[in-house]
Write a protein that binds this ligand. Structure first.
Ligand SMILES: CC(C)=CCC/C(C)=C/CC/C(C)=C/CC/C(C)=C/COC[C@H](O)COP(=O)(O)O
Ligand SMILES: CC(C)=CCC/C(C)=C/CC/C(C)=C/CC/C(C)=C/COP(=O)(O)OP(=O)(O)O
Ligand SMILES: [Mg+2]
Length: 282
């Protein structure tokens, strides 16, 4: 049966909320780097490239996952017949092209980050997703790199570099919890995720160890003089929510990964507050 792509189906392929959040994180990276107001066009182009790249990455993930999603996610646009596999692939390639065009207007370091990320996004489902911990690390690096990309677009990666590490560590934790949530389906599909390879509780402990490192390192942007007092104040409740979320995931991984996401949003808001209030030299 021929499938005619619907606009709604195509939009859903991009997971628009995640794509927009990734664009906002890029703007936060530029803001923390001190360049949002000095170079608004570059920051905007970087945010646009991130939205396109994330949308493209999500769409190509659905293309490669089209058979698995018939069982796991029958409501996604390809399995429910709203978009054909070829249509999804073509749409993803068009979005990738949009990301490349926008990224090419940026400084060389930002172009380099974009190229590495675009290659990771294309390779993720086929090469990395099935290797225990590796797929999680790739998504963590991609998510964290939004801050770095925003900084590189406006010519300063020092402060966003620390945010990259904090965000990547906490995203790794969340991805492991999401794998614990998905163990039953993933096992049926023969995937070898971290909880399948080493067991659910040990995998959660690996994830929590990463989160602990991130929480202990979270005062660094303040100690390095990059963010002000307000950051320290605001990151405390964010850390508390993230640790509580991780502890919850032993008995309820779905609640745990959702709460961890809220904690991460709070931490992102702390970065903004820490830069918006004047940094007082000690
Ligand atoms: C300790 C400390 C201060 C940590 C910083 C935490 C921080 C600011 C993290 C930012 C990362 C963040 C909020 C990412 C969310 C956006 C995004 C594109 C994530 C990647 O999503 C992949 C995931 O598999 C999609 O899942 P779902 O959200 O369930 O649709
Ligand atoms: C800064 C630039 C140029 C790019 C950054 C791009 C970003 C932020 C990517 C974030 C990570 C992301 C959304 C990757 C897309 C592929 C992916 C992991 C989709 C998740 O798909 P699901 O179907 O939920 O999960 P699995 O397929 O992994 O089971
Ligand atoms: Mg998928």
């Amino acid at each position: 049966m021929a499938v005619r792509a619907t606009g709604r189906g195509l939009l859903e392929l991009t997971r628009p909320v995640n794509a927009l959040v990734a664009g906002v994180l890029t703007l936060i990276g530029a803001f923390v780097a001190g360049g949002l107001l000095d170079a608004p066009l570059a920051a905007g182009a970087a945010a646009g490239a991130t939205v396109f790249a994330t949308g493209a990455g999500n769409a190509i993930n659905d293309y490669f996952d089209r058979e698995i999603d018939r069982i796991n996610q029958p409501g996604r646009p390809i399995p429910r017949g709203a978009v054909s596999p070829r249509g999804a692939l073509a749409f993803s390639l068009a979005l990738f092209a949009g990301a490349v065009v926008l990224a090419l207007s940026l400084p060389p370091l930002a172009i380099g980050i974009a190229i590495v990320n675009l290659l990771l996004l294309v390779a993720y489902t086929q090469l990395f997703k099935g290797l225990p911990g590796v797929g999680n690390a790739v998504v963590a690096a991609l998510g964290g790199s939004t801050f770095l990309f925003g900084g590189a677009a406006v010519g300063n990666v020092a402060a966003p570099g620390v945010l990259f590490v904090l965000a990547a560590l906490s995203t790794f934790t969340r991805e492991v919890i999401k794998d614990v949530e998905d163990v039953a389906g993933d096992r049926e599909e023969g995937l070898n995720t971290l909880p399948i390879a080493i067991g659910e509780r040990p995998a959660l402990w690996v994830g929590i160890a990463c989160l602990l490192v991130a929480v202990l390192a979270s005062p660094l942007p303040y100690l390095l003089g990059e963010l002000g007092d307000l950051y320290l104040l605001a990151v405390l409740p964010a850390n508390a929510v993230m640790l509580w979320a991780a502890a919850t995931s032993f008995r309820d991984p779905t609640a745990g990964q959702k709460r961890l996401k809220y904690g991460m949003f709070l931490a992102a808001a702390a970065f903004v507050l820490g830069r918006a209030a004047p940094v007082v030299p000690v």
